[in-house]
Ligand binder design. Structure first.
Ligand code: UDP
Length: 329
């Protein structure tokens, strides 16, 4: 019998790509998702338990039924701008939901957890590349909510033997090579899918949030990492835990910063479309630069990200075309 892994948020963007990678590796992903943002069509590699991480009864019965050897925890609210406007929901969904999940895991005797964390826990960078020792001083409620969960899990690691790996992602993007899953939020707030909507005519234009940052072209720099590369890191992290490697934390990025304008120009080249854009005010809560050092994941986990910016944009465009019935030239 394949080992079961309970994946909260497995119907979401990163979670569904990880479920696919788990199945490819011979695990049985059990998706636990309330489908508030996730999609039933994205659950293709194992059963779906429809439930909310606040719901102790549903969680406990899923643990009882499937006997997972580990949990991978993705279920969360994930938008910086929304978190600034509505922090209470972010602390409720992300902190209180995760706390309930952890309490249920402890009650069920499940002692391994891979937690989906974020570069937003770091705040304003104090060095060109951010490594895992960088101070964590988030500047938005989203980042703070994830940091609070890291703290809860760390404390339960010390007190209760909960072994955990935190994966702090930089900017997840792109779509699966087989084009059966990809990024699909409603409403969309992330740069690359919005660019694709503007390229495909599903939106009039892209607003560039600020061109007066202290960066070479004035727009924010981010480290864009393909979701398939993220998924492979999750498998390595899970296997490290299952092999008794103990708790750890890893940044996941490509180590290269691209500005919003650079992404736009590269997307025009990949899609062959002119992408209308307009300069807008800065978005509150945005650090000017976030670029990872992922040396630790490479050394310790043997992780090798394989996809470059062109792979990211071409897979995102292919997925966008499929979702919107656009025939690709
Ligand atoms: N961005 C933008 N216009 C948009 C969406 C995003 O200029 O419509 C910028 C945003 O300010 C940030 C970068 O693109 O500098 C990446 O934003 P995204 O929301 O994709 O990810 P985040 O970095 O917030 O996790």
């Amino acid at each position: 019998m394949n080992k079961s892994i309970l994946v909260t948020g497995g119907a979401g963007y990163i979670g569904s790509h990880v479920c696919k990678a788990l199945a490819d590796k011979g695990y049985r992903p059990i998706t636990f998702d309330n489908l508030s943002k996730g999609h039933e069509w994205a659950v293709q590699w194992g059963p779906l338990v429809k439930g909310d991480i606040h719901n102790t009864d549903v969680l406990m019965s899923a643990f009882q039924e499937y006997q997972p050897v580990s949990v991978m925890h993705f279920a969360a609210s994930i938008e910086v701008g929304e978190s600034v406007a509505d922090p209470a929901s972010y602390y409720y969904n992300n902190v209180s939901g995760s706390l309930n999940l952890v309490r249920c895991m402890l009650a069920a005797g499940i002692d391994k957890l891979v937690f989906s964390s974020t570069a937003a826990t770091y705040g304003i960078p104090q060095s060109k590349y951010i490594d895992e020792t960088h101070p964590q001083q988030p500047i938005n409620p989203y980042g703070m909510s994830k940091l609070m969960v890291e703290r809860i899990i760390t404390d339960c690691g010390h007190a209760n033997g909960l072994q955990h790996i935190f994966l702090r992602y930089f900017n997840a993007c792109g779509a699966d090579a087989e084009n059966t899953i990809g990024e699909s939020h409603s409403p969309e707030s992330h740069l690359i899918p919005i660019i694709m909507q503007a390229a495909g005519g599903q939106r009039d234009k892209l607003f560039i949030f600020g061109d007066d940052y202290g960066t070479p072209d004035g727009t924010c720099l981010r480290d864009y990492i393909h979701v398939t590369d993220l998924a492979s890191a999750h498998i390595l992290a899970l296997e490290a835990l299952l092999n008794g490697a103990g708790s750890n934390v890893f940044n996941l990025g490509n180590g290269k910063g691209y500005s919003v304008l650079e992404i736009l120009n590269a997307a025009e080249a990949v899609t062959g479309k002119k992408i209308p854009r307009e300069i807008h005010d800065r978005r509150e809560g945005d650090p000017p630069i976030l670029v990872a050092s992922s040396e630790k994941a490479k050394k310790t986990l043997g992780w090798k990200p394989k996809k470059n910016l062109e792979d990211i944009l071409s897979s995102a465009w292919r997925w966008h075309c499929k979702q919107n019935g656009i025939t690709q030239q």
